[in-house]
Design a protein around this ligand. Structure first.
Ligand code: KG4
Ligand code: ZN
Length: 336
């Protein structure tokens, strides 16, 4: 089974061809970072306009790299939500037109669940997580914990009540004058800082609670910066970045451990853009020893938004005959 996956939920235009939900035949990502950098965040109108320009060449390249023609694929998967409405609509309109013209089934994919399927990519059929497992999706738009019982069977354990972890990274990076996207910049700067320099309060909400809240942490960084009453030095900047990152990583690792304990599972998947964070990856490895669990993290290229994870999820929908109708549309807050 060979499926084309299309992803345009935020600011990356991506298309990929995946065989049997795990073998990536091609994956093309057109980043829009340079479009949004000067605004310090994603500008929805500019994102959808750029998707419109990129979608045709990106899909053409994905098929060409896979040495396939549209007739050779078995289905077209597309992210229908959650995401920015205008961005989602570009991918959906294109996928519908392609599926209709080529007489292929259309598969409607949930972006958050697709992130979890990144763990099965690149032929990872062995050594991967066993069902049921706990999954933490931690990205610019989402911070969600699930108990994943099967490829399509997700039970929600907790979400963020306000900002997503990646959003907090991006907003704090902006406060520190590090530009957009901010997660990578904080990760890099934090390597030279002292994570114990500033004691930011960890927003656990309460013991054993699997919800998240990161907006208070962002405000704490702002208040801390104001408390200097002057420009901070480079050393202080590094220490603040490291201390903020440590607070986020403490919360994420603690909640992953609580989720594994509460559900009694031994396998944990951590995915989404923030799963690229080097300190988080390091701490999750330590957690394997301390917590007696096995942590699975996708390759960094499949942690951030990509069409391959969409195609992988769509393969399972196709296998189960869960084909979308041609009147499917964007569902910006889509959860199921
Ligand atoms: O999954 P993704 O590409 O898009 C969404 O679905 O949101 O995640 C993007 C997010 C951004 O907030 C970005 O700052 C964050 O992932 N990110 C990182 C790192 N690399 C990307 N955050 C922390 N450390 C990183 N190394
Ligand atoms: Zn995403």
């Amino acid at each position: 089974m060979v499926v084309l996956g299309i992803e345009t939920s935020c600011d990356d235009t991506s298309a990929a061809v995946v065989r049997d939900a795990h073998e990536v035949l091609s994956c093309v990502v057109a980043s829009q970072d340079e479009v949004h950098a000067e605004y310090g965040g994603v500008v929805p109108e500019l994102a959808s306009r750029r998707h419109t320009e990129s979608i045709v060449p990106v899909v053409e390249k994905a098929l060409k790299d896979a040495c396939l023609k549209v007739e050779d694929i078995d289905g077209v998967g597309v992210t229908v939500g959650p995401g920015l409405p205008g961005s989602l609509l570009v991918g959906i309109a294109f996928a519908k037109a392609l599926a209709y013209a080529a007489e292929k089934p259309l598969l409607a994919v949930n972006h958050i669940k697709a992130h979890v399927h990144a763990i099965f990519l690149d032929g990872k059929t062995e050594g991967g997580p066993s069902f049921p497992f706990v999954a933490l999706v931690v990205s610019g738009g989402h911070t969600s914990l699930f108990l994943v019982k099967d490829h399509l069977d997700f039970q929600s354990l907790g979400h963020t009540r306000d900002d997503a972890a990646g959003e907090a990274f991006d907003k704090v990076a902006k406060l520190l004058g590090l530009g957009y996207p901010g997660g990578v910049a904080i990760d890099r700067l934090a390597k030279e800082g002292n994570p114990q320099a500033v004691e930011f309060k960890r927003p656990y909400i309460s013991k054993d609670n699997l919800e998240f809240s990161f907006s208070g942490l962002k405000t704490a960084v702002l208040n801390h910066l104001r408390s200097y009453g002057r420009l901070v030095t480079t050393k202080e900047l590094r220490d603040i970045a490291a201390s903020f990152q440590e607070a986020v990583v403490d919360v994420l690792t603690q909640k992953v451990l609580w989720a594994a304990e509460q559900t009694g599972v031994k396998d944990v998947v951590v995915c989404g853009g923030v799963a690229c964070n080097s300190r988080l990856r390091e701490r999750l490895k330590e957690l394997e020893v301390e917590g007696g669990i096995k942590v699975h993290i996708p390759a960094p290229r499949y942690c951030s938004d990509n069409g391959a994870m969409v195609a992988a999820y769509a393969c399972h929908l196709l296998e189960k005959g869960m084909v979308a109708s041609m009147d499917v549309t964007a569902i910006p807050t889509f959860e199921e």
